[in-house]
Ligand binder design. Structure first.
Ligand code: NDP
Length: 297
């Protein structure tokens, strides 16, 4: 077998972990895999991967172990009794930045070197140079393992703080999940009007593709704390958002998300920002949720 000398272990064989293991098999690495439940490693074993009986055995089998589990808590559960001395763990599981830092400290107490990763692609995008992964943690650990990690996707090193990769990753997820939910909301309204997802797809793509230009246009003024309502006034935006809400309501579709959205824009106008840019809403968001009626009495 033409195995690359640097072995890689993969812990967690959901769609992501399986795709990661496949990338390293393609690259000729010796790959060891472990998953909590049986039955997910068949294809990988057929391609030459080795099955570890326990997560601890998987960690012992390679210098570098990639972890792709549901969250950081699952990592601690899976590796609770593993000897991590001198091992290198790269945790590519999603979680909040605080958990990424806590797991980094937990791993360091056990003698492991530790990096956090946030994967900016679906499993199909792994192994492709146009895909990316945020990485943070000790720079020397990153540099030592960068060539192997770059096989998964282009790594984007964000700094020594192990929480930073998850800060950047979760920011992308704010944009991703709100956009997906927006798409589902639009499809629900479309269907209630006798249209299909395919009917609206060209227009949805056009709008999604144009968002980058809106972000790029707004970011410099936001960072300069300038909120002039030149091309778009918040009062106009609030009226438009009401039209969106009522189009959904008239179609008999759930309006919970759109109500929350309209409430935010209304608060912006009520706060006196009607003539300003809608970027004023960032200040309202940063101030936290408004007190519930009757709260604090
Ligand atoms: P899945 O939910 O399909 O797989 C989760 C894995 O975690 C499974 O191997 C599961 O084991 C394991 N697991 C869950 N709880 C425990 C536990 N307590 N102890 C041990 N193992 C546990 O996730 P994906 O493979 O899709 O994703 C993995 C990570 O990658 C997630 O953090 C996800 O947010 C992130 N990600 C996923 C993307 C995607 O498109 N799928 C894109 C970008 C990031 P079992 O099989 O036994 O249930």
């Amino acid at each position: 077998m033409n195995e690359n000398s640097a072995g890689v272990s993969v812990i967690g064989l959901g769609p992501m972990g399986r795709a990661m293991a496949a990338v390293y098999l393609d690259a000729g690495h010796r790959v060891t895999v472990w998953n909590r439940s049986a039955g997910k490693d068949g294809e990988l074993l057929a391609r030459g991967a080795h099955r570890a009986a326990t997560a601890a055995e998987a960690v012992a089998a390679s210098d570098l172990t990639l972890v792709s589990l549901i969250d950081a808590g699952a990592l601690r559960t899976a590796l609770g009794d593993a000897d991590l001395t001198g091992r290198v763990l790269v945790n590519l599981s999603s979680d909040v930045p605080g958990q990424a830092r806590a797991v980094a400290a937990w791993a360091a107490e056990r003698g492991a070197s530790y990096l956090t990763g946030g994967v900016n692609t679906d499993p199909d995008g792994l192994g492709k140079p146009e895909s990316s992964i945020f990485v943070s943690g000790p720079e020397e650990v990153y540099e030592a393992h960068r060539p192997v990690l770059d096989l998964l996707a282009a790594t984007d090193y964000r700094g020594a703080d192990p929480g930073l990769a998850q800060v950047y990753y979760q920011l992308n997820m704010v944009l991703f999940w709100t956009a997906m939910t927006g798409f589902y909301q639009a499809v629900a309204v479309a269907q209630a009007n006798g249209l299909t997802a395919a009917d609206i797809l060209p227009y949805a793509r056009y709008t999604a593709d144009s968002m980058g230009l809106f972000y790029a246009g707004a970011a410099p003024a936001i960072d300069a704390d300038v909120h002039e309502g030149l091309a778009e006034r918040l009062a106009m935006c609030a009226a438009s958002v009401e039209h969106v809400l009522h189009t959904a309501a008239d179609a008999g579709v759930d309006t919970g998300i759109l109500q929350a959205h309209a409430d935010l824009y209304r608060r912006g106008v009520e706060a006196g920002f009607g003539a300003d840019s809608s970027s004023r809403l960032i200040g309202l968001l940063r101030a936290g949720a408004p007190a519930a009626p009757g709260a604090g009495r």
